[in-house]
Design a protein around this ligand. Sequence first.
Ligand SMILES: Cc1cc2nc3c(=O)[nH]c(=O)nc-3n(C[C@H](O)[C@H](O)[C@H](O)COP(=O)(O)OP(=O)(O)OC[C@H]3O[C@@H](n4cnc5c(N)ncnc54)[C@H](O)[C@@H]3O)c2cc1C
Length: 351
Amino acid sequence: MLTSRVFRPAQQLSSHIRRYATEPPKSGSNNTLLYGLVGAGALGGGYYYLNSGTAGQHGTQHESGAHGQPASKNEEKNIPAKAGPGTGVAASKCFTGGDQGFISLLLESSESVSHNTKKLRFKLNEEDSVSGLPVASALLTKYKGPEMEKPVIRPYTPVSDEDEPGYLDFVVKVYPNGPMSEHLHAMKPGQRLDFKGPIPKYPWTANKHEHVAFIAGGTGITPMYQVARAIFKNPEDKTKVTLVFGNVKEEDILLKKEFEELEQKFPQRFRAFYVLDNPPEGWQQGKGFITKDLLKTTLPGPKDGNIKLFVCGPPGLYKAISGPKKSPGEQGELSGVLAELGYTQDQVYKF
Ligand SMILES: Cc1cc2nc3c(=O)[nH]c(=O)nc-3n(C[C@H](O)[C@H](O)[C@H](O)COP(=O)(O)OP(=O)(O)OC[C@H]3O[C@@H](n4cnc5c(N)ncnc54)[C@H](O)[C@@H]3O)c2cc1C
């Protein structure tokens, strides 16, 4: 049986720390004492991004449904039910890759979720279609401002479900002088943005691993959330999940509500540990860096069977935890804390 390392210290502290419990917790978080064990420091840097470059195929717009004369009564009978979940009709996929090129999508809404992060909803061009992105994958965005010589291209991971018809949601953090994130934050509903994809990352299939752990910093959480969603929405998938999530301040913790729901719903299979550089008074969880001690205590061990660790965050986080990626398509050597803890290259995936 797979035993997470989180069980070991937790067993010694069993009256204080809830493990993957048999019952959902009554309230609040459960990691208080465990976090007393972790050290201090600060998460730094920013995570890797694709350089601006020549854009691929331009402006292949995905037009919406057919136009024409109203259907006759007989023809109406043959009109299929609306596509999508529960209709028995497969929804069409918006992003098919290959030579599809960029698709222009309309921004439906934009709302602030923290002082530097917005949630953006883009309408898919057909209301019955779904993004159809395989898990895990990202989309490229492309924008050319009036003063720009070349378009800027950056990847983002939707936080809405791949099977959700009609729209795509993103959470985007703004960086000072960051051309794409500033543009996304400045966009107004009704404006359009070019998207292309999917950009395949780690292909997930149910029960591919017994236990996965996500080590994330800031907006590095979005690909992790995509994989977690795929795992927990599939009743056949029994994978255990541990999340270690570092942020600067409490209000920076993205998708906290969604992860708390998973923790309540799947207490035997999902645990989250939050670490803050700048914790508020009374913060009971991790403070400072995501340290070696914290990871040793919370992650499944290198010899705990079929495990996989995923890393995504700012450059400082990669450097300290796993070593940087060599390039967007190449994982690079495993180094940092995970190598010191005895994990092997093939047990770790850098998003
Ligand atoms: C696979 C993948 C998925 C991603 N998904 C998301 C997502 O869902 N939401 C999201 O907000 N971002 C995501 N990103 C990051 C995103 O692609 C951009 O890198 C980011 O928005 C900055 O782009 P920019 O053009 O505004 O700034 P850039 O010109 O790229 O950078 C501006 C300044 O900010 C620094 N910087 C850039 N990125 C970061 C960072 N991540 N952390 C700290 N400093 C940084 C740079 O060093 C530079 O100094 C993802 C990245 C990858 C590789």
